[in-house]
Write a protein that binds this ligand. Structure first.
Ligand code: MN
Ligand code: MN
Length: 420
């Protein structure tokens, strides 16, 4: 290719790379030394002078971020704020009993409305009794746990949760999480404040350690010596015994007041998909189904070759967590800006309110991810639905498409493509 590269060629060259994983695999198959020696990243366009990268490179990271290394020709040269942060980069706090790591506005500056905390607890490992100002939405990713809380009337809530179950603790509600047999659990917490931090919660141990013994004595109506063994520092996560039977715990916690009538847990897979097509399915859980929750979720599964259609959310920013598979997303921002980034298991993504985006499966396994919103209800606009419900002549004049093309566009919010 001797002629100067055009925008069209750029897009063309790119799409052979981005749509199918063949080039990526070829790229991965070539040793780092060989790559560095020839200074290429994309074999298909290696002949083009401007598409070479002879300087230092990190082939493993580059291979995971093909759309950043060679952006599609449709991406803008002006910047769209970074909207990806892998949990792999997060600072991990390791304790006897489990670990914790977080992605907040400090790690991902665009994520102003929501923050994520990923936590592992061993069997018996306990996230100690605590509360905080942000509301806590959670999904179990692995294993089982027992969660406890009291409601605003002081009535107790104790439940066991398994993979894909949710829980929600409104602001100020005190609670705990403890791993069960055989191997504890791992879960994702999402807080409705980007500034949230797991190291800024009110912990039972920490609070007690900062109160004069005579005050504790007077408050609880017992002798001062009764609290002599209270931990001097916070526990945060600690190892203790695996709890016994659920009903025993529920009864003991309820006492004379009785159990809370509120359900702070939700069994996601007990409901059928909200929408299902050949391309995949989505389960939408907001306060219409999960009454106590003021955080809305869409759990999305995109099959290989499928795509979460072009859409936007009018009511809230979208915080994403990628559970499995590989995908890419373009965010079209205002002012002629657009950026495409690649995502995989363990990544956080973020889309600001009302920005157009899609999520395409670029791998050969199911892509599963969460869309989370600081809102009690889920809402989106589908680009195709909008175009299908606008006077045809008007749409055709804009896009310079014929009537047959317009007629072929899905009419009722595809959500997942292809439809069949
Ligand atoms: Mn909490
Ligand atoms: Mn979305």
């Amino acid at each position: 290719m001797n002629s100067p590269i055009t925008t069209e060629q750029t897009t063309d060259n790119y799409s052979t790379f981005g749509k199918h994983d063949l080039s990526r695999r070829r790229f991965l198959g070539v040793g780092a030394a060989a790559l560095a020696a020839v200074g290429i990243v994309v074999p298909a366009v290696a002949a083009d002078r401007s598409r070479s990268d002879p300087g230092p490179a990190n082939p493993a990271l580059d291979a995971q971020n093909a759309d950043s290394i060679w952006p599609p020709g449709t991406d803008s040269k002006s910047l769209v704020q970074n909207f990806k942060y892998p949990f792999s980069f997060a600072n991990k706090r390791v304790y006897e009993g489990g670990w914790s790591r977080e992605v907040t506005v400090r790690e991902l500056p665009v994520s102003k409305t929501l923050a994520g905390v990923n936590m592992r607890l061993t069997a018996g490992g306990c996230r100690e009794l605590h509360w905080h100002t942000a509301a806590e939405w959670a999904i179990m990713l692995y294993g089982t746990a027992r969660i406890t809380a009291i409601d605003a009337d002081g009535k107790s809530f104790v439940a066991d949760v398994k993979k894909n179950d949710l829980w929600f603790f409104p602001s100020g509600i005190p609670h705990s999480i403890q791993g069960l047999q055989p191997d504890g659990c791992e879960f994702m917490l999402v807080f409705d404040d980007g500034e949230f931090s797991e190291s800024e919660t009110v912990l039972l141990s920490d609070a007690m350690a900062h109160l004069p013994p005579e005050v504790l004595s007077k408050n609880f109506g017992v002798g001062e010596q009764a609290f002599q063994n209270v931990p001097k520092q916070e526990l945060f996560i600690f190892q203790t015994d695996v709890p016994g039977g659920l009903e025993v715990d529920q009864k003991a916690a309820a006492g004379a007041l009785g159990k809370s009538p509120k359900d702070f847990a939700f069994r996601t897979l007990d409901m059928p998909p909200t929408k299902q097509t050949k391309g995949g399915d989505v389960r939408i859980v907001d306060s219409s189904k999960f009454k106590v929750s003021t955080t809305a979720m869409a759990m999305v599964t995109v099959h290989p070759g499928g795509m979460r259609e072009l859409h936007w959310h009018p009511n809230a920013d979208e915080w994403q967590y990628f559970i499995s598979g590989k995908g890419r997303m373009t965010v079209v921002a205002t002012g002629n800006k657009a950026r495409t980034m690649d995502f995989q298991e363990g990544d956080v993504g973020y889309v600001q309110k009302s920005l157009l985006h899609y999520v395409e499966n670029t791998g050969d396994t199911d892509l599963v991810f969460l869309e989370i919103f600081k809102s009690d209800h889920y809402a989106d606009f589908s680009l195709s639905e909008w175009l299908a419900h606008t006077p045809p002549e008007l749409v055709m004049a804009h896009l310079r498409i014929d009537k047959a093309t317009l007629d072929a566009i899905p009419k009722n919010g595809a959500v997942m493509m292809p439809l069949s």
